[in-house]
Design a binder for this molecule. Sequence first.
Ligand code: AMP
Ligand code: GLY
Length: 424
Amino acid sequence: MKVAVIGSGGREHAIVKKLKESSKIDELFVLPGNGGIAADATCVNIPVTDIAAIVEFIKDNGIDFAVVTPDDPLVAGMVDAINAVGVPCFGPDKKAAIIEGSKVFSKDLMKKYNIPTAAYEVFTDMDSALSYLENAPLPAVIKADGLALGKGVVIAETKDAAKDAVKSMMADKIFGDSGNQIVIEEFLTGPEVSVLAFTDGKTLVPMVSAMDHKRALDNDKGLNTGGMGTVAPNPYYNSDVAKICMDTIFMPTIKAMESEGRTFKGCLFFGLMITPNGPKVIEYNCRFGDPETQVVLPLLDSDLFDIMMACSNGTLDKVEVNFKDSAACCVIMASNGYPQKYQRGFPITVDSDIDATLYYAGAKINDGVIVSAGGRVVGVTAVADNLQNAIKKAYTATEKVHFENAYKRSDIGKRALAAIITED
Ligand code: AMP
Ligand code: GLY
């Protein structure tokens, strides 16, 4: 089998490494991939948004199966375009990817099918949004409708900050057309849990739960980033919570999508908050999370290719999906200054006795040398018998990865460990 993975980050590197374990794959391509992924698969430099060029590549090279992971091409309909040339794909089609592509769609879906989420209002004109904010509870949560590079959510503590956020989305159009409509919603509290799930549209199999660390600095301070580290499993997601989520959120969501004529196949990501009133959906993503994937897939004990194929052809109930009874921690090594200004282009060296897996994100090859090339450079993932050991092992391994200007948080997994200790 010839398989092509579309994407270029640490998430795609984790998918590639797991797919490589499958005996059914003979050749693995990544479009465009990066200089670090190049050690594991053939990287072909086509941007993820160039649907026509990717479809051409797939046709010309006799690709048997494609895996589409980033949000932009999914929402733009890349899976439909690949299926149209007769190649099966892992990922939702355009009609289903709207669950991430439009917050208004996903909020209305949850309301219609009684799926627990924050109370909300939708606004299509700025004046109504501004007058609503005169008496709205604070903090107010303001969300641009469409994709916004993960930056489309503002939590405003004051009325003025809320109004500024609305103006920047709806008048200044900082996210372009994504701000044509906005959602203003209730502020929820409680620990957050990420659950990724495989689904073929009828059967849904949750993966091991994870905890992301989105802020740039220790103790969840600083700016929001794409994610500075993850741990799995998430201790807040115990078996009681898991059952409630399955019954009130996961199955109702895939049934709702089917009823709407938008059957979802692929990986559905549930961003959950475990509120005092039970688990609620903060957001859906139509894809694997990054860096959740870098802790979830290393714990997968089954053949990822078989699972992906089954999601695509509707036979997920026939394949095994097992996870190891272990724990994983991923510490992201970033360029200092990320997510704002940072320098890149520094050689990356790795000590030979490192005991962890490296998932490259912002890396490229310059004159035969691997160098830093982005904000998030590399994810360092360790697996161990328990979370405490996984965290220790991951941090020990980060000392063996060297590049100038490297930055990492020092507290990935700390909150999760505290939660385990409190439980005991
Ligand atoms: P998102 O881009 O939808 O993942 O949102 C980014 C972050 O904003 C989430 O991870 C939450 O921490 C926070 N957030 C989003 N919606 C709410 C809400 N209704 N209440 C509290 N926090 C929220
Ligand atoms: N880690 C959250 C996301 O992938 O959007």
